[in-house]
Structure formats: C-alpha cells, structure tokens
Design a protein around this ligand. Structure first.
Ligand code: PMP
Length: 326
C-alpha cells in the first residue's frame, strides 16, 4: 500500500514477490526513514493458521512510525495485510508437526518519495513479505556465546531508542562483527550513556533466572526494544511460580552472579529464535563460564515449551494471544 500526504493509505494489494522499482533519490536510501516488524504464522494440527499477539506488533509499529515521522497504519489494516498475504497462498505456511517451522512475516514501511532535502517524506510505502522459516539457530538448543560490546551501543535514549527502525540494526552490526571475531554468536549491548547496564542483543531480549526463584530482565529504559516475547514471558512467569522482575542490571552483576551461582540460567528471547539458552559470556580480557548445559536449564526449557505450546495450539490460549489468519 502507498500513503501520501493528500490521499492517506491507498492501493493495498497482493502481488508476486519480486524486485521493487525505486528512484535512487528515494528518501529511505539516504535518511533511513524506515520501520519494520517481525512475526510468524503458525500452522495448528487442524490445519488452521494463526499469529501471536498481532495487536502488540501493530501498536509497536505505530510507535516506531511516530518516532521516525512516518504515518501510522491502523491495527485493522495491519492485521488485514497479514491475512491478505497468508490467504493468497496459505500452502506457504509449513505443515504442523514439522518441528519449529512457521511462515515468517516481515511488515515494513519506508519513505519512497524521491527528493534530496531532509524532511519527512510525503510518500511512503508499506509492504509485507513472507518466508517459510525453520529454527533460527541451526545448533538447536546449543547455548549461544555472547560478546560484551563495550565500544558500540545499539540505540540511544532520545535518539531512535526503542523504535524498531533499520538504523538501530545498522548501528548494531559493528558490535556483532566484533563478537564474531572473538568466537561469539551475538553481541550484548549496554546502555549508551554509561556502558554499564545490560540492554539486549542485536535481535533478542535477555532474561536471568536466579537461585531464589526470580526471573529478571532489564527494565525498558527507552533504548531497549519492547519485545513481545519478553512481555509474554513476564506474564507466563507467574504460572511457573517465578517472580518476574524488571530492573536495571549491570554487566558486573552478570559476571559475578554466574561466578557465585546466584544466576542459575540465562536465556535470550524473540519471535525468530523463540528462546535460546545463553552459555559463555566473553569480553575484552575475560570470560564467564557457561551456566547452561546442552539444551539449556530447566526453567529455560519449560518457558520455551509453554510458549511454543500456545503458539502451535497445543495448550489452551487462555489470554487471547492468538489471532486466526487462515
Ligand atoms: N530486541 C531486538 C533488538 C529485536 O530486534 C527483537 C526482535 N523483534 C527483540 C528484541 C525481540 O522482540 P520480539 O519478542 O517482539 O520478537
């Protein structure tokens, strides 16, 4: 669909996947005026197709769009666009019982107007693309190794902060590369002001299980993505007799907590990877041993299967988290 200042949203349609024609002067290519979402469509055993908490993605996209001076899309149009795409050829949604397979959905909105001045675009394009997806980490539940990005922050408070915009991902890549150079899978980003407090990974939020039954995650300070998996886990914690806690957690608390045994499990979460156990933490000059064995700890595994059971329709959806797409 296209938006322009005078006509609002129009021309919503599904067309075959292929290259898009764009002027080399399109504003998105120069000023990164762009936002996106990441979601999945899950096949249930009876053949029906569902998605998880799309109203939360619609609301997050609207907040991101507002921060990037883009127009907003209503929840109805947002969910309608997903349904229209999935209904066109629902055979793309992998069969039930084929492991953690799904149809990954990527809604995105960008400044398509051609001009070179710096101002919000008067013409914007919204699209959704989709791709069948398997498990995010090919190592299954092998704990990931993380690198502490001490020089590069991913997002700054008051900047594009918690918006899900392309620029925040571009800014995370150098830290990720540094991690890969040090034998790690992903980087842990710290707050941009003091480089002390744990924020998140390039594409996942973090959780810590403590020996006294708390489930801790960094509080949303304005530069952490408000993960929908994160929010769902905080809700599910109570079902598992864990005390959810959102607060500021320093990187030293991580290092010391692992050493003292106060932190018993660490995991990362997001739509793409669901929940993945975190093993070793490395930084410039040191490392903290893994807390998770192969497959992750007991709490990590039980939260993971609880979430997957809801998403794949194996457990009752008592909170109304699922929306049918086909
Ligand atoms: N943090 C970042 C930076 C992300 O890109 C994502 C993935 N959208 C997440 C956290 C997890 O968010 P969600 O659970 O909504 O997928």
């Amino acid at each position: 669909a296209t938006w322009n200042r005078d006509g609002g949203w129009h021309d919503g349609r599904v067309h075959p996947f292929g290259p898009i024609a764009m002027s080399p002067a399109a504003a998105v290519l120069h000023y990164a005026q762009e936002v996106f979402e990441g979601m999945k469509a899950y096949r249930h055993e009876d053949g029906s197709v569902w998605t998880f908490r799309p109203e939360a993605n619609a609301a997050r996209m609207a907040r991101s769009a507002q921060r990037l001076a883009l127009p907003t899309l209503s929840e109805e149009d947002f969910v309608g666009s997903l349904r229209a795409l999935v209904e066109t050829d629902e055979a793309w949604v992998p069969a039930y019982g084929t492991g953690e397979t799904s149809l990954y959905l990527r809604p995105f909105m960008y400044a398509s107007e051609a001009f070179l001045g710096v101002r919000p675009a008067h013409e914007v394009t919204y699209s959704v693309i989709a791709s069948p997806a398997g498990a995010y980490f090919t190592g299954g539940l092998t704990p990931v190794k993380l690198w502490v990005s001490e020089h590069y922050a991913r997002a700054g408070e008051g900047g594009t902060g918690s918006a899900k915009c392309g620029g925040n991902y571009a800014s995370s890549l150098a830290g990720q590369l540094e991690g890969i150079d040090h034998g790690c899978d992903q980087a842990v980003f710290l707050d941009s002001a003091t480089h002390t407090y744990i924020e998140e990974l390039g594409g996942m939020n973090l959780f810590f299980v403590t020996s006294d039954g708390r489930l801790r995650t960094p509080a949303l300070t304005g530069s952490i993505l408000e993960g929908i998996t994160r929010d769902s886990i905080l809700t599910l914690a109570k079902d598992l007799d864990l005390q959810p806690e959102e607060d500021r957690i320093t990187i030293d608390e991580w290092k010391d907590g692992v050493a003292s045994g106060e932190i018993t499990e660490i995991f990362a979460c997001g739509t793409a990877a669901v929940i993945t156990p975190v093993g070793e933490l490395r930084w410039d000059g040191g490392s903290a041993a893994s807390t998770a064995g192969e497959g992750g700890g007991e709490v990590t595994r039980s939260i993971r299967s609880r979430l997957l059971d809801i998403q794949y329709g194996r457990a009752e959806d008592t909170r109304g988290w699922l929306t049918r797409l086909a």
